[in-house]
Design a protein around this ligand. Sequence first.
Ligand SMILES: Nc1ncnc2c1ncn2[C@@H]1O[C@H](COP(=O)(O)OP(=O)(O)O)[C@@H](O)[C@H]1O
Ligand SMILES: N[C@@H](CC(=O)OP(=O)(O)O)C(=O)O
Length: 418
Amino acid sequence: MLVFKFGGASVKDAAGIINLTKVVQKYAGQQLLIVVSAMGKTTNALEKLTKAYVDQKDDIHLIYNEIKDYHFHILSELFDPSHPAFDEVANTFVEIDWMIEDEPHDDYDFIYDQLVSIGELVSTRIVNAYLNHVGLTSKWLDVRGYIHTDNTYREGVVEWAKTCEHIQQDIPALLQKGIVVTQGFLGGTSENFTTTLGREGSDYTAAIFAACLKATSVTTWKDVPGILNADPKHFKDTVKFDQLSYTEAIEMTYYGAGVIHPKTIKPLQNANIPLLVKPFGDPDAIGTVISETAALYYEKPVIIVKQDQVLVSLSAKDYTFITEDHLSAVFSLFAANHIKINMMQVSALSFTVCFDYREERFDNLHNQLKQEFNVKYNNNLTIITVRHYKQEELKALIDDRTVLLEQLSRNTAQMVVK
Ligand SMILES: Nc1ncnc2c1ncn2[C@@H]1O[C@H](COP(=O)(O)OP(=O)(O)O)[C@@H](O)[C@H]1O
Ligand SMILES: N[C@@H](CC(=O)OP(=O)(O)O)C(=O)O
């Protein structure tokens, strides 16, 4: 069986959904599970809605109506007004109506997951309805009953044994009857609350299903020809990799290459399932095949740009040396706030650490760190990571920016720039 993942860009409008069905029709006769993300930039819009709701802002209904109008406009381009998909989508949005009428709960991450998850619940309703509309037999599956997570909202940790057991119990029989369409990015807790797996987590969902079902391959359909040596939105003259090793793909995604979610590759590597990254606009193109046995040749360095970074410098309040006790206290605070460290450096009197800036988490951490340390920080920074680099290439990348932190190993150079 095959697992396909269609991301937001591939289903951003009615033409995208029509294209998706054409891609799927090429695989008629094969068992197929399709993981779909929210349409276009819906997740960003739902994040805005969540913030407006928690802050009880006046524009909450404006933001919500824009999200609804966007989806109903796509529906009206695909179906006659009497089609049941209109009701299915309206009923899904009712969950938001109920939530935003109430006073906000005080756990931001919990609210976030209950609201933001609507994007995938709605997109899969529309995709599933359209596949059936064109004569393909397809079933909508609520992923929250299959991908079981703990209750770390916004970063649900998958309970693999329970997840695989449920997937293996039900999905093979469903696949024999037709296509299965389900939501990326979402999970469910044992109390039936919705969790999300981290932004851009739909690739990871596809990998979980593939690993549990021992799929032949996973294909993620993207708006790029495959995996390139750098993000084409930031760099000209990129080159595509026809093949890539699991290890290189893990390294690239770990450092922030946004093309694949970082947790995706490992379960596929463990189960020896190839990951194909292909352009949805040219489904017959070979794209990039990620597998164990890729030929390793780097015509150009691999460049990864991670924006919206904050660099924090800590020193002890009594100006003593930074000790293991200090570091242990600092790491505990990072862990408690679910903040992943991207780069760090220790000197005699200070500890410098760079991570993704996320306002609510940063404010919390900052307040806690201030109690024990002198804290200085700089935000709006960028980490440039270069793999398989030549020293002379680094200068051109920095351009006229200031380097605040630099680390070089044999294979990888990393620089925090302003
Ligand atoms: N090394 C890279 N190769 C290809 N695309 C990349 C790379 N790094 C970042 N990207 C970006 O990833 C985007 C595709 O990933 P993403 O937006 O997550 O897709 P989707 O959400 O549709 O699954 C591309 O539009 C491209 O800008
Ligand atoms: N919709 C979610 C999950 C996801 O994976 O989306 P995409 O496949 O469009 O990156 C997000 O935007 O984070």
